[in-house]
Design a protein around this ligand. Structure first.
Ligand SMILES: [Zn+2]
Length: 362
């Protein structure tokens, strides 16, 4: 038994941190081969707990060749040992066939699939320990599950809705947050700021936008703003389930799944995540709030959904979809934004902030 030292990237560091602090409970280590296969094929761990996506620690085949069972894998980030894995086993897989099951495609143009293919081909499993957290610009928002649970308890919130986002908030997001606040004691807005792809919003823009919305337009004492430091997988319905399980671990009782949750391009149906999460109702330890995509209707004069407005069919000119793509273009232009789509205060809050990520993250 010996120590094998390897250098890890930011993505691996964040995964280590999440595994070690219970963000991915019931996991307390990186998956072994039987857990991986079970999750890929059935969306459950071998013991039966719902778990839709692999959580693996990837290494190159060179590293895999040096390993012996019982070794200590010392994880070094920028010159400092930040954690370790007690090596129980290691395995490889047919990545194409795993991608087909997890992402519904093995098309390398899908950003989640492309990333999975670029990772090391071997996966090391075993209990993981973290020695120090990754400090970064938004560490104040980076709560552990124990910390968010303590906050909810201290506030006396019995019900808390978790809200996943990776955007600067527009009026449709705001509508969903208000629906959540109508139903629960508290709201946990937790933008994902782990590694994302080029063209996604920066954490600065997302947090700046939400700070403005929460401080000026929502009952801020009933809202907690945090960050989730994991990678986007762009795995659509499976990732919606994953995001719900994570928020359960942070102490939420409810979780919002909207239109095309965690989707990318045209890979997933707009409400496929509603259908998949429904199959796990009663089994997740968190209740899913399935919401339709809100839009603006000039006839109703407000934000509505297809469940509350009758005009989408007979007065299509009256309705205006609030598309993420259009909002990006408007923000990038820096000109005025229609206030019925995005609040001027939010446009102001992100003015001068770098809006988009320049390069694919690692
Ligand atoms: Zn209407």
């Amino acid at each position: 038994m010996s120590t094998v030292q390897i250098h890890i990237n930011r993505r691996q560091y964040l995964e280590l941190q999440n595994v070690a602090t219970g963000v991915f409970a019931p996991l307390c280590g990186f998956m072994n081969e039987s857990e991986f296969n079970s999750v890929v094929r059935t969306m459950r761990l071998p013991a039966g707990d719902p778990f839709p996506l692999p959580v693996v620690f990837d290494v190159t085949s060179d590293t895999a060749r040096r390993l012996r069972e019982g070794d200590r894998l010392a994880l070094v980030f920028e010159g400092t040992e930040v954690g370790e894995i007690e090596v129980n086993s290691w395995f490889t897989c047919d990545k194409g066939s795993a991608a087909e099951k997890v992402y519904g495609t093995s098309d390398a143009r899908h950003p989640g699939v492309a990333h999975f293919f670029e990772m090391g081909d071997w996966f090391v499993s075993g209990p993981a320990r973290l020695f120090r957290r990754l400090p970064f610009e938004f560490s104040d928002y980076d709560l552990t599950p124990a910390e968010s649970r303590a906050h909810f308890a201290c506030q006396g919130w019995k019900t808390v809705v978790g809200f996943q986002t990776r955007n600067v908030p527009h009026r449709a997001h705001e509508y969903l947050l208000r629906l959540a606040l109508e139903q629960a004691d508290g709201l946990f807005v937790q933008p994902l700021v782990g590694t994302k792809k080029r063209g996604d919003y920066t954490p600065q823009a997302i947090l700046g936008g939400y700070r403005a919305l929460i401080d000026h337009f929502l009952p801020s004492q009933r809202v907690l703003l945090g960050v989730l430091t994991t990678s986007m997988r762009y795995a659509g319905p499976r990732e919606a389930l994953f995001h719900a399980i994570i928020r359960r671990n942070f102490g939420c009782t409810h979780f919002v799944v909207g239109r095309d949750h965690a989707g990318v391009g045209e890979y997933y149906g707009k409400y496929e995540a509603h259908e998949l999460t429904r199959q796990f109702d009663g089994d997740l330890g968190i209740e899913i709030l399935r919401f339709f995509g809100p839009f603006f209707c000039a006839r109703c004069d407000g934000i509505v959904t297809e469940r509350t407005c009758p005009h989408a069919e007979d007065m299509p000119g009256a309705t205006k979809q609030i598309s993420g793509t259009d909002m990006r273009a408007l923000l990038q232009d820096g000109g005025p934004c229609p206030p019925e789509l995005m609040r001027p205060e939010i446009v102001d809050a992100v003015r001068g902030v770098p809006l988009f990520i320049d390069e694919d993250g690692e």
